[in-house]
Write a protein that binds this ligand. Structure first.
Ligand SMILES: [Fe+2]
Ligand SMILES: [Fe+2]
Length: 299
């Protein structure tokens, strides 16, 4: 990865999340993660669009890992007494609404940037949650997420080689996802207690996450200078340019919207139905025997 664990770590100090006192917060947080992992079904789409066999093999493995992560979160939530509930609209927008329109957009926005952000949130939970069984599961999962981010970084660098227009476009789209992170920060600031030992750090943590995202863009080569040196007007232009390319698609989407809203027209995906899926509604903790039988070699 282009950023180290140390660079991505936020200094929470001794502040700890308590599984009992903070159950409501943990339930909210793990439901966002659960949704994020369910969006792993999109990997199937990108497997079909992989540029070469090596990338296809990577994605085939990733799809399995993401589906295992769904079970990881079901397991964590069951252990902590948390219920599966819908994810916040901003999270759904970042994870599904921003789904890339091309291979370059996928590897840059969803893998390097999006999974980089999720990885940082996993690190934060590992550093603060006072519940060893959860930490053990997350420690294994982050090794896989680190590989997903690294693949995103490498593939993005390859895609932008000699294509300045693509660099600008990916930067414009990245600015929108950073804006999405700020939206989540504002929502949390309003909804969560400001005097909480861990939560009081949240706005600074999300700011740090955005700084890491900018640093990653710089190291990949999408940004050729520190983000602070890109002024407000220039940023607005980059966003407008990036979305200008999507204008035609947006018009078609707008015209066909009434049809697509009809229940019989709209194709339901697992990201729409997972909360009523028997795998989730009937989830039970695996027995030690089941664990041994399904144990995957972890690196
Ligand atoms: Fe995952
Ligand atoms: Fe991942």
């Amino acid at each position: 990865m282009l950023l180290t664990r140390e660079e991505m770590t936020f200094p929470f100090g001794d502040a700890k999340l308590d599984p009992n006192r903070d159950r409501e917060l943990l339930e909210w947080m793990f439901n966002q993660f659960l949704y994020g992992e369910v969006t792993g079904i999109q990997v199937g789409h990108w497997l079909y669009h992989a540029p070469d066999l090596e990338a296809a093999k990577f994605l085939a493995r990733q799809s399995l890992e993401e589906m295992q992560h769904v079970d990881n979160f079901l397991r964590i939530m069951t252990m902590l007494g948390c219920q599966p509930k819908p994810a916040h609209p901003a999270v759904r927008f970042l994870a599904t609404g921003m789904m890339g329109g091309s291979w370059a957009e996928h590897v840059a926005l969803e893998m390097a940037q999006g999974e980089g952000f999720v990885l940082q949130a996993f690190y934060a939970v590992i550093d603060t949650l006072d519940h060893k069984p959860t930490i053990d599961i997350l420690r294994r999962a982050v090794k896989q997420e680190e590989r997903h981010v690294e693949f995103g970084e490498q593939q993005t660098a390859k895609a932008i080689e000699g294509r300045a227009w693509l660099r600008r476009r990916l930067l414009g789209l990245s600015l929108v996802s950073m804006w999405g992170v700020r939206r989540i920060a504002n929502y949390m600031k309003k909804r969560l207690p400001a005097d909480h030992v861990v939560l009081k750090h949240l706005p600074a943590f999300l700011e740090h996450a955005n700084q890491c995202a900018a640093l990653r863009l710089r190291r990949i080569g999408v940004l050729d200078r520190p983000l602070e040196e890109v002024g407000g007007g220039k940023r607005a232009l980059l966003v407008a340019e990036a979305y200008g390319g999507k204008l035609l698609g947006g018009l078609v989407a707008l015209i066909t919207l009434p049809f697509r809203l009809l229940p019989w027209w709209k194709k339901k995906r697992v990201t729409d139905t997972y909360l009523r899926d028997p795998h989730i509604t009937g989830y039970q903790l695996p027995t030690p025997e089941m664990d041994r039988a399904t144990a995957q070699p972890q690196e």
